[in-house]
Design a protein around this ligand. Structure first.
Ligand SMILES: [Zn+2]
Length: 138
């Protein structure tokens, strides 16, 4: 399913983020996890955000969480999004990944239905070259 219009600027892919986007194409949500201090982290990086170790692995995580916080975007900084306004950008807390927080969009909500603590689940926003994880109410 596509929630956002074609013409979006694709997210940049780097050596650190390529495994995330490769898994997303298979509709798998993966996060980096440090094998030294055993903590998840997101966004990914070359070293652990906590212990600075480089022993990082990718783990599949459950795509269910809750809205930690959110905002509504009312100005289209990318012209392709003009018809989507307003849209919600949220921080999703993932209890299955030690409450790691993940920035995404919440779709299928209105200003009246989107609240802090709202249970949400992963949905995939599929484009020709990539799939983008977004969330919708459970
Ligand atoms: Zn670590």
């Amino acid at each position: 399913m596509t929630y956002f219009p074609d013409g979006m600027i694709p997210p940049p892919v780097s050596l650190d983020t390529a495994p995330f986007w490769d898994a997303a194409k298979e509709h798998r949500l993966v996060l980096q996890r440090c094998s030294t201090c055993e903590r998840f982290q997101h966004p990914p990086g070359p070293v652990c955000h906590r212990c600075r170790g480089s022993n990082l692995a990718w783990r599949d995580v459950e795509g269910r969480g809750t809205v930690y916080t959110y905002t509504w975007v009312h100005k289209a900084f990318v012209p392709a999004l003009q018809k989507q306004l307003p849209y919600a950008v949220a921080v999703i807390e993932l209890p299955g990944a030690e409450k790691t927080r993940f920035v995404s969009n919440v779709v299928e909500v209105t200003p009246d239905t989107l609240t802090v603590g709202l249970p949400v689940e992963l949905v995939w926003d599929d484009y020709a070259e990539l799939s983008v994880p977004r969330f919708k109410p459970v």
